[in-house]
Design a protein around this ligand. Sequence first.
Ligand code: 1GP
Length: 231
Amino acid sequence: MVERIVEEWKHVFKLDPDKRIGDEALEALCLSGTDAIMVGGSSGVTYDNTVDLLSRLRRYELPCALEVTTLDAVVPGFDAYLIPVALNAGDPDYLVGRHIEALKRYGSLLPKEGTIAAEGYVIANPDCEAARVAGAKPVDEADIVAYARFADRLLRLPIVYIEYSGAFGDMEAVARARAALTNGARLFYGGGIDGAEKAAAAARAADTIVVGNIIYQSLARALDTVRVVQS
Ligand code: 1GP
């Protein structure tokens, strides 16, 4: 079950197959004490760059999850496949649309039971790439909490993902959303975690924190985000 796979994750690094990362940096990330690697990106993700990254990650024992954002890059061999459902998408295709097209084409080839699940995404930074692509509707704290409840109580999704990609979000809202999850969904938070201090604040509010961009800007600061969460 994906629930089982993610239940231990407190800290995750998200790697973008479209961005270059050297072997030493990859090793440092994988041996850092993080709980898992998510692979995904909003643009430039291809089958080839995803296979390449997965094969390099497989030198390490860490669980690897693919966040599927394009049908062209569904690579076998990941431990889990996470399918974003953008709950506040203005473009309905990002709520339910692209998913249906995917199932029409590949429904019989779905990864094995227990390795695939939807993530209820709340895109809370209106300036991020995902917000632009999905035409995300603006959300305030009350909206975020309501979307989280909707995903957890009504859709019964295993993951609610509050996405502030590129900006550090409102931790009050994140904490309130987590407190509203009574059906077992895990609250993922990602966005703007660029060092120990923000990692600690985010880890107090969310179940799982996702660290992305800083990996490519300052490896040392990225690594600092692990220690503070895992200590
Ligand atoms: C992006 O939530 C992740 O999908 C992480 O965000 O890149 O801002 O760390 P950052």
